[in-house]
Design a protein around this ligand. Structure first.
Ligand SMILES: Nc1ncnc2c1ncn2[C@@H]1O[C@H](COP(=O)(O)OP(=O)(O)OP(=O)(O)O)[C@@H](O)[C@H]1O
Ligand SMILES: [Mg+2]
Length: 451
């Protein structure tokens, strides 16, 4: 079905020319010579976009927009203005116009804007029609979406679900590595057996080894009784080694042996225990680089990454943004007993335009807050603005807010740290990763700035 555009302008020649050019781009174009005529047309046909002149008598483009917004808060609206009417154009944007274009313009320019506006509107209609009931039960589940990389990975996971191949999941923080690992386990023939996660970056070498392999009584001071390792506890199931890139060389050797021989020796013990576990691992570091530099053993890498997967960053999954937003709105509606059903176009645009350094985790946090803050059924830009991304701190143009370079750098640092902490849900190691600095450095800065 070709998309329908309503074109409103009191200049007959322009109307004809624009209609012809837009029709060439595959649109069905209806025209109206006055605002009132346009309003009439809207009652009869469901359009995907309205393009209207600003200055018309008696009903201006602005008034037409106002009337439309009273009954339809989604229908995209592009306003055409003469030079010098920028202020009115800005007013139009505030009233909910998608964009304005200043005459004279190239028809190509308008066609491009039109296609974006239509896409934008379609996105909103989809959002509008979240089915609130149908998916409430699986609000903790995972969105796969239409992203090509994601689709390919799901196909791979399905293919190997019945085998025990080791899978290494790489991806930036918050891209869903842990969730994906769980999903792989659930889809596997081991799904009825245990799934254990261990964060290799969170424990000292000794503790980690004792967690993984267990220890015998008296293995070290404090080892008052023998303890079974996770690899043994997970017998028949799956072990998920998170942040595998943080393993020390010694532990790397021991893990390699465990995988190769399918047996482990508890710390301080000599009797090997055979283990039957499947290994999944994840890292947000670039492991290939670590292998290059020799920091990470190549042989272990190949054992763990029989199938290497790389989860795309959220900014590369724009096509699934609506799905994600819908998913999280449903999830938090259910959790907080709210009934949010849509976002304003401005709010959706803000989400689309954000860099999402903290990826899906960050988006989830933003939506959670917005659902909590939303007054009615709609999330507005203001609701999103509890998020620091909405408060870029810029000095005033009058020089009043002028600051020294040092102060400016400090402000920027504080801002970035706050954003990263929000994105990481307060988790400092994750925030450090987002910021690309060491954990120590982050702690120092948090102290220094009293954050
Ligand atoms: N595809 C998805 N659908 C729904 N929720 C998702 C999806 N991917 C991630 N999430 C949510 O985003 C958050 C972060 O996901 P997860 O913890 O799996 O990321 P991660 O890549 O393991 O991050 P980190 O590197 O910081 O450990 C979680 O709350 C998770 O539920
Ligand atoms: Mg994780």
């Amino acid at each position: 079905m070709p998309e329908k555009i309503l074109l409103v302008d009191d200049e007959q020649d322009l109307l004809v020319a624009l209609k012809r050019s837009l029709a060439r781009h595959g649109y069905v174009v209806h025209t109206a010579a006055t605002g009132a005529e346009g309003w009439q047309a809207l009652a009869e046909t469901a359009y995907d976009l309205v393009i209207s002149d600003l200055a018309m008598e008696p009903m201006s483009g602005l008034e037409l927009l106002r009337q439309i917004r009273a009954i339809d808060h989604i229908l995209p609206f592009i306003i055409m203005t003469g030079a010098g009417s920028i202020e009115t154009a800005v007013e139009a944007i505030k009233l909910g116009a998608y964009h304005y274009i200043t005459k004279p313009f190239k028809t190509q320019e308008l066609a491009l804007l039109a296609s974006r506006a239509i896409e934008h509107g379609q996105l909103h209609r989809k959002l509008e029609s979240f089915n609130l009931q149908s998916q409430e039960s699986d609000s903790e589940s995972m969105v796969i979406g239409n992203n090509a990389v994601m689709q390919q990975m799901m196909a791979v996971v399905e293919k190997v679900s019945d085998s025990d191949v080791s899978i290494l999941i790489q991806g930036e923080t918050g891209t869903g590595k842990s969730l994906f690992a769980k999903r792989i386990h659930n889809a596997s023939s081991r799904s009825g057996k245990p799934f254990f996660t261990i964060d290799c970056g969170a424990l000292s070498e000794n503790l980690l080894e004792s967690e993984l392999f267990g220890h015998v009584k008296g293995a070290f001071s404090g080892a008052v009784r023998a303890k079974r390792g996770l690899l043994e506890e997970a017998q028949g199931g799956t072990i998920f080694l998170d942040e595998i890139g943080e393993l020390t060389p010694t532990t790397q050797v021991k893990l390699l042996r465990a995988i190769q021989e399918k047996e482990i020796k508890p710390v301080g013990g000599n009797i090997p225990i055979s283990v039957d576990v499947r290994f999944l691992s994840a890292t947000s570091r670039n492991l290939d680089e670590a292998v290059e530099t020799g920091e990470f053993r190549k042989d272990l890498y190949y054992r763990l990454a029989v199938i290497p997967l790389r989860l795309p960053a959220l900014r590369h999954r724009q096509e699934d943004m609506v799905l994600f937003v819908g998913h999280f709105v449903r999830k938090f509606n259910a959790r907080y007993n709210k009934s949010v059903q849509s976002l304003t176009p401005g709010a959706m645009q803000t989400l689309m335009d954000s860099p999402w350094k903290g990826n899906i985790r960050e988006l989830e946090n933003v939506i959670e807050r917005a659902v909590l803050l939303a007054e009615g059924k709609t999330i507005s830009v203001e609701d999103l603005c509890a998020h620091p991304m909405c408060f870029p701190e810029t000095p005033g143009e009058d020089g009043q807010g002028a600051v020294s370079l040092k102060q400016a750098v400090e402000k920027a640092e504080i801002n970035a740290i706050r954003q990263a902490l929000t994105a990481a849900d307060g988790n400092r190691s994750k925030a450090a990763k987002i910021l690309g600095i060491g954990r120590r450095t982050l702690y120092d800065k948090i102290d220094a700035y009293n954050l």
